[in-house]
Design a protein around this ligand. Sequence first.
Ligand code: ASP
Length: 500
Amino acid sequence: MKKKMALHTKIVIGLILGVIFGSVFHVSPSKIIVTAEGKQTEIDNWSSLEFKRADSTLAVFDEKSQITAIKYFTKLKDKSSIVMEAVYPDGMRETFSKVSGMSREKTIGVIFKPLGDIFIRLLNMIAVPLVLASLIVGAASLTDIRHIAKIGGKTLGFYALTAVMAITIGLLLANIIQPGQHMTEETKQRLMQAYQDDASSKIEQNISLNVVDFLVNMVPKNPFKAIADGDFLQIVFFAIMTGVFLSQIHSERTKAVIGFFDGLSGAMILMVEKVMLIAPYAVFTLISATVAEFGFNILQTLLLYSVTVVLGLAILTFVEYPLLLRIFTKVNVIRFFRVQRPVIAVAFSTSSSAATLPVTMDVCEKKLGVPNKIASFVLPLGTTVNMDGTALYQAVAAMFIAQVYGFDLTITQQLTIVLTAALAAIGTAPVPGVGLIMLIIVLKSVGVPEEGIALIIGVDRLLDMCRTVPNVIADSLACVVIANSEGELGNINEDSGNFN
Ligand code: ASP
């Protein structure tokens, strides 16, 4: 009989093929499609681009500034009066008037991305009803409120422990490797110029983190709004309250309500398993599009910084987590990681802990033997507040930017980073790219210029993929540790469910 290929093997193949496909059909870093006077022209290998209005030159971009030039044009007002000149290395000039559009080419490497986007949307679609329904059922089965408080306390304690350990790893590596000491002034200026606009728009969001506000905001004014906004902390709060009080009413009435949510959560879990069947193709399209669009070139410029972050994330995932698993449980490390494969692939390709949550939940309950009442509480909480990878990255990034700017951070300032990075990671929404915005808080706390984020924006997408992996693995780890401490951890069953 023909043996079917396991889903995780297909996903890994999708991932590898995605990298290859994206590298082969990468988007050119210089080619630009210009729409002028209703006609599209492709320009390539230019040495500079000049934007003019009447006789005055508005801006000039060099050949390394393709994306910046396009962004500049997009933001320009009254585009019809713009004249653009492409200057070539031999001095030739090509003039375009009435320019109405400028864009990068669309290669076949990015063309299939809509399938990946549908996959992410499906997972996000499932996440909110799944968390709501399964937590209500889970909380309703915990008849003793003190039990919930105990699990909550342990969960937060464990999350705090792993976050501090992660940040410490990041700080140690940044002090040993000193990635910011090796950047030349020329590279610094080039990165600052290229990403300064992006950085300003992030800084303008003016985020701040206030612990009291954070706690107050956990209580939703309107649970339906919380559900509509996908605010997990508020949903968790509402679901626990509802579940607890459902369990307090010993009446026939609650049976129907709990049965309804039980059925809903069952349907959502089944939906995740079916959606995961398209994961290999979706992962392929997402990885291919990312590699095609961002390429690996920028990694060379920020090599030492990227290596420091990735090394830190690897130590976190493959040294710290196995160690904690050994200390707190008897679970076999290899088997634990084996069942995490679909979780890792989805986290890596979507860069979103929220989109990965339904998969993590399914794996924890079906394969790791964590009871629903624990998984449905620990996982959504962890998805929102527990971001070890992000915290580690924020610590390294803050140190890196400080080093490039020539700041020598004292021990006290580094301890401030431990605290603020832990808080900033808690405040980071579980979606792509937010870790970078919250980094601004860490920079502010130690007086490092916020504009410095321009230095690292270029590699952020790729590092986001990497940091999301430990973010989600830590949630599964916490689930196993808490369930074990409550004496409620079942056996690992690698063959159950659809993710084999
Ligand atoms: N993408 C990360 C996550 O969803 C958050 C971040 O670090 O930007 O876990």
